[in-house]
Design a binder for this molecule. Structure first.
Ligand SMILES: [Zn+2]
Ligand SMILES: [Zn+2]
Length: 136
């Protein structure tokens, strides 16, 4: 998402953009985006810096770290980036930063529900769905 610095008025600029996950190169085996990534950004220009307040919305499918069941999770994140800019800078591209923040923000061990019982380590049954008779 490129921001044209020459088009930012005194009071700031509001931008909306819808990015495909592939635009941010963010799809992976663990995270599958189900919807475009909607970005709303408010950009303010100071003398030597540009401040970007961005809000991201999307829906992604992830795999529960305990029972391995895929489930959808809503993404609603707010980020703030500050870029130093000089007189000659005409553009700022926030895509790379968005990507990094999104990846950093993703839970390492997502859970389909807080009290997910997981899989039986002996027979592999999903204990949320059925009980097994293994001694644990
Ligand atoms: Zn689970
Ligand atoms: Zn079992």
């Amino acid at each position: 998402m490129k921001i044209n610095l020459l088009k930012i008025p005194q009071g700031g600029l509001e931008l909306s953009e819808s990015l495909a996950p592939s635009d941010l190169d963010i799809d992976s085996k663990e995270i599958i985006f189900k919807k475009p990534i909607e970005i709303k950004a408010f950009i303010e220009k100071g003398i030597n810096a540009v401040t970007v307040n961005a809000r991201l919305n999307s829906v992604a499918e992830v795999f529960c770290s305990r029972c391995l069941t895929p489930f959808e999770t809503k993404i609603d994140k707010k980020y703030r980036f500050v870029y130093e800019v000089g007189q000659d800078d005409a553009n700022v591209d926030i895509s790379q930063d968005l990507r990094e923040e999104l990846i950093l923000d993703f839970p390492v061990k997502p859970l389909c529900k807080p009290d997910c019982k997981g899989l039986c380590y002996k027979c592999g049954k999903n204990l949320n769905v059925e009980k097994c008779s293994c001694k644990r």
